[in-house]
Design a binder for this molecule. Sequence first.
Ligand SMILES: [Zn+2]
Length: 498
Amino acid sequence: MKPFYITTPIYYVNGRPHIGHAYTTFAADTLARYWRQRGHEVVFLCGTDENSQKNVEAAHKEGERDIQKFVDRMSAVWQETWDSLGISHDVFVRTTSPEHKKAVTALAAKVWEAGDIYKGVYEGLYCVGCEAFLTDSDLENGLCSIHRLPPKPIKEENYFFRLSKYRGRLLDHIEAHPKFIQPESRRNELTHYIANAMADISITRQSAEWGIPLPQDSSQAIYVWFDALINYLTGVGYGSDEKRFKKTWPADLHLVGKDIIKFHCALWPAMLISVGLPLPERVFAHGYFTVNGQKMGKSAGNDIDPTALAKEWGIDALRYFLLREIPFGEDGDFSLERFKERYEGDLANGLGNFAARVLAMTEKYLDGRVPEVVSAPVEDLWTAFNDAVEKLAFDEALRLIWLRIGECDRLINTEEPWVLAKTDKTRLERVLYILLENLRQVSLMLWPIMPETSEQILARLGVLAIEKSEPLSERRVWGGLKPGTKVKKGDILFPKKS
Ligand SMILES: [Zn+2]
């Protein structure tokens, strides 16, 4: 069976990861875990984009003359960050690696053979921040609308890619594959761009001191986006392991920010069609990230370090907050105040308190033993939960789980097990089984999103998050919690902070 292949963008190494990068990477990690938990083989790719002029400028700014040394050091920072945040990627691509360079050279040669590269003169405006040539629609008062900086006027002889040749093919593909570009707003934007504005694009830079040389004219370096997009092929064996590549490509899902959707849904598929490779199934763009209502960035001085937050509050709390607070695909705001509110309300007083109460009552009244199975008194949540995750509505998926936690809290308050312990042992056992089994169900569901917390709760219930011998489709059935299992209360999951 073809593995589920999911990617994040590969990031420039001119700075350190901020919370916006962590947000995308947590979302990808959640989907990778979701499919693994359901028994699928998964390939989850992350990486660093190292051939950019932005990286050269950042190295110079630090007084580093050896650019390779600089990108080596910075790429390690990104890898360490993802490791410290528990990201479960299978592949980490570096675009200065020999395998990637070889793959880019091979792919450029194929595009050349297809007759899709020609020499021309580029005259126009270039934004180094975007690593892109700007058109009128990208400008506001003469400045790049994203970076608020004046672009550089450039006139030079370049090689161009016949992007416009693929206009019809791209539009046909988008129409025939409604899931190819999501959400819908981005799909409409891209359709409009491809139909009306998309033009041939310069894919080399003259006399660039850094980058992969064009094999047919080594005085020119390949444009960083043309190079970077190919990482999605390199990471699964293109040009080095054909068997692995054939098994894994195309990608099932590219997660991207909405600022780079044009590259992923116009240039990238056109490159793939040019060399005869299948297109990715789905490209999903999330929105912009603001901090306290302000656009985040190094220059604004408000970029938030995800590792510091995770250290203080826990990785899972951060994952929960980001995926619960911001509907994936829309713009979202990060504020520490809002984070603390959700930590206290949803995690400490919500999930954490629910787990602690149920386990403590079982210890106290039933000597820690799971009572006899009670037939399902509640609606099965799994179908709705799975649908939400698969359409990347993580906020909705979490809302469903928390609705169930709320119902369980109400059951505790109306049944009053502490009273039943004295008056009606049979009813007490029934109520506690319903609560314990619900705790098992929501903890299993939560694993892709909050793996550590899920594993902790499940361990207290004597259950594993993944059982190799038993598929989730069987484990999710009501009544899976075995009578007689010894449970334990354990430590507080989300300690309150003063
Ligand atoms: Zn820009």
